[in-house]
Design a protein around this ligand. Structure first.
Ligand SMILES: CC(C)(COP(=O)(O)OP(=O)(O)OC[C@H]1O[C@@H](n2cnc3c(N)ncnc32)[C@H](O)[C@@H]1OP(=O)(O)O)[C@@H](O)C(=O)NCCC(=O)NCCS
Length: 328
């Protein structure tokens, strides 16, 4: 087990032993609260926190803290703060009190640069159905800014009244600039209701990301009406294999995903998004696939309804506060 700096624990046992025991309890707890979750895994290397509610091992909870700085011009800066401190709780069965304990300890240990940085975030990713922990996250000022939502394989919902003037087709190289424009509309909208950030270089970063997706041969669908591109659905296929970060979030196997969904302002609410999803879905769930996943923002009044209507449900919630110093 590779774990970074660690300190003495309230029960006097080594942090590695406490983490190992709590992980076993956490695996049982995750299986209880949501059968869609993969088996809980150890957090990545970082600073280990262990807190105890009383004497002995009773009520102990732990977490690993990691820190990440995203370089200027990198794609994650389209949806993330530049300096991110992340808490990876290993609560076992400690519930709300355990979550409260590790959140307090995390805040007390914020490094000076994170505390001073305006473009910073404190982030926790946690099973959406663990409402006891959710209470503690809310009490500490964290906001449920995004969810990772999953959909089991299955037929797409029928298009009740398809628009005969609308064509949905795979994007071609000549569509690049229109796709960038559509993607920028999505970032602009999501920056009002989620974690996206409309940075000065966003357009160039998005153009490069779209080009790379083309190079990898991943599916990009566009909707066209009267010669104008009115919708975009940027998708991909991935495999979760043990040891990858995604394996901590999704059961092992093949998954399709939607990276960006955008319909031109003024054209929304007329079934274009629905037509894109129903066309793309079969290719995103090849035989044997576990399903499809995507991220949406619960404060987004359209996507928070649109995706559940298409069969997606929250698996993980990304709790976040910006700047990190606003954590209570
Ligand atoms: C989310 C989005 C891709 C959906 O595409 P869309 O073409 O608007 O979706 P549809 O018309 O197929 O379905 C939207 C539903 O919301 C309803 N709706 C009501 N008011 C709406 C509005 N102002 N805008 C959009 N949808 C609205 C529609 O009537 C429809 O409901 P229905 O299924 O009961 O008919 C699109 O609205 C969009 O680009 N939104 C802004 C960016 C965004 O949020 N992207 C998703 C990030 S995860």
């Amino acid at each position: 087990m590779v774990i970074g700096r660690s300190r003495a624990t309230p029960s006097g046992r080594s942090p590695e032993v406490v983490l190992g025991e709590l992980l076993r309890d956490q695996q049982a707890r995750f299986a209880e609260i949501d059968p869609g979750l993969p088996r809980a895994v150890l957090p990545p290397p970082g600073d280990v926190l262990v807190v105890g509610a009383g004497s002995g091992a009773e009520g102990e909870a732990a977490a690993v803290v990691t820190h990440h700085s995203w370089p200027a011009g990198s794609a994650p800066l389209l949806w993330s703060a530049a300096e991110v401190t992340e808490l990876h709780p290993v609560l076992g069965h400690a519930g709300r009190a355990g979550a409260d304990g590790v959140l307090r300890e995390w805040r007390a240990r914020f490094p000076g640069p994170v505390r001073a940085e305006a473009d910073s975030a404190a982030v926790v990713t946690w099973p959406s159905r663990d409402v006891a922990a959710a209470r503690a996250f809310l009490d500490h000022g964290l906001v449920p800014l995004a969810v990772l939502a999953v959909r089991p394989p299955g037929p797409p919902p029928a298009v009740p009244d398809p628009d005969p003037a609308l064509t949905v087709r795979p994007a071609v190289q000549g569509d690049l600039e229109a796709c960038v424009e559509l993607a920028m509309h999505e970032i602009a909208y999501s920056s009002m209701v989620g974690g996206s950030v409309l940075r000065p270089d966003a357009e160039a970063v998005k153009r490069a990301a779209l080009r790379e997706r083309w190079t990898r041969g991943e599916p990009i669908w566009v909707a066209e009406r009267d010669g104008l591109l009115v919708g975009l659905l940027e998708c991909g296929l991935t495999d979760t294999s043990p040891g990858t970060w995604l394996a901590g979030l999704l059961p092992a196997g093949r998954w399709g995903y939607v990276n960006c969904a955008s319909v031109r302002p003024g054209q929304r609410g007329h079934g274009i998004g629905h037509a894109l999803v129903t066309t793309a879905l079969p290719g995103l769930q090849p035989p044997g696939a576990r399903g499809t996943y995507l991220y949406y923002n619960p404060p987004n009044p359209i996507s928070s309804v649109f995706w559940p209507r298409h069969g997606y449900r929250p698996l993980w919630t990304l709790w976040e506060v910006r700047p990190a110093s606003a954590l209570r």
